[in-house]
Design a protein. Structure first.
Length: 267
């Protein structure tokens, strides 16, 4: 009887051990902030399924460019295991001769929207002409100095209102700063531009999504994930964990989480 109990206990311990990864690691991921609403739940699912943990940091596109740009000695500023960046950043790095260990994996694309704080009458943005009139009539227009703001600059020139709007524009560092500034605003005639996903992050604080830009003006930023030299790039177990994370980001469950967060599939 005692031997049978011992065998049953030993079997249970062995089964429990085989359910865990051989070595649970902490991976590091650096990501663009616009995809945060989809990336966080996707990483939580990966951690639950794999046993690994992922330490994640978010930054705006200009900071990502600076962090990933090689030094004169050929080193990089950051040592992440995986980075998620706009496709344009990857293209710029490739143009400098940077070679990647694996091809980028599409995460999805994010469009631009308009937001207002509670109590502010939403501007009419249903067409290019309506948006032009809203911009001219606004007391203050808020947008960032990152990817979204760079496109807004182009759009203002396209609409022929760049001079008029720039005189009353308020530029901040990133998308989150736009949302916080709008929530703290006092003007009854102000609105801001931001990534649709970033606007959604502040919905529980009362920020209102007016809607996406008109189709004729809409701009999408496509984001990709790729492995990056981590703190221990030659460690086999780490390479396996990174490969598992990349597979997870490509899987159907992650894609569903991205879609729920407003990250559209890349065509």
């Amino acid at each position: 009887m005692g031997g049978a109990r011992f065998r049953r206990c030993t079997t249970a311990v062995l089964l429990a051990a085989t359910a865990l990864p051989a070595a649970a690691l902490e991976l590091s991921l650096l990501s663009a902030g616009a995809v945060e609403p989809g990336i966080r739940p996707a990483l939580a699912a990966f951690e639950r399924d794999s046993g690994h943990t992922v330490r994640v940091a978010f930054a705006a596109a200009p900071a990502l460019r600076a962090a990933l740009r090689p030094h004169a000695a050929g080193d990089v500023v950051i040592l992440a295991d995986v980075v998620i960046v706009p496709q344009g950043v990857v293209d710029e790095l490739a143009a400098t001769g940077k070679r990647f260990a694996a091809p980028p994996v599409p995460v999805g694309r994010v469009g631009v929207g308009v937001a207002v704080r509670p109590g502010v009458v939403a501007p009419d943005i249903g067409s290019a002409d309506a948006l032009r009139a809203a911009l001219v009539g606004a007391e203050r227009v808020v947008f960032n100095r990152a990817s979204t703001g760079i496109y807004v600059e182009h759009m203002l020139r396209q609409l022929g209102v760049a001079d008029a709007v720039n005189a009353k524009a308020e530029r901040v560092a990133d998308g989150a700063s736009v949302m916080r500034r709008l929530l703290a605003g006092t003007s009854p005639r102000e609105f801001g531009f931001g990534a649709m996903t970033e606007i959604a992050l502040f919905a529980d604080q009362g920020l209102k999504l007016v809607g996406p830009l008109p189709a004729s003006l809409q701009n999408y930023t496509s984001y990709v994930a790729l492995p990056w030299p981590g703190s221990k790039p030659d460690e086999p177990a780490r390479a396996d964990a990174v490969a598992a994370l990349m597979r997870s980001l490509q899987g159907a469950p992650a894609r569903s989480l991205f879609a729920n967060a407003g990250i559209e599939p890349t065509p």
